[in-house]
Design a protein. Sequence first.
Length: 115
Amino acid sequence: QVQLVESGGGLVQAGGSLRLSCAASGRTFSSYAMGWFRQAPGKEREFVARITGSGSSTVYRDSLKGRFTISRDNAKNTVYLQMYSLKPEDTAIYYCNAEFLSVYWGQGTQVTVSS
């Protein structure tokens, strides 16, 4: 069982930056591929970014490439999502997930971008 706790969300003006964190429980964090998803009001949850257990490979939603960066610190059992040049359409609840045999989800953190 893996427990995930996101943090770092908040209210930011358009053009600003935020860094989200997702802290994971357990001793095998480096075994898990980690991902970020988001869900805007009235919309389905969508993929944002993913990083392999070692951190050597990343994948991004095409429309977010260049503005969002996923990274991880396996010594701290934490994955990050650095977001730059935020837009009002980035407003959503951001969730992290962990994948290894099963998929685990955090409770989400709200990001609101004002125009």
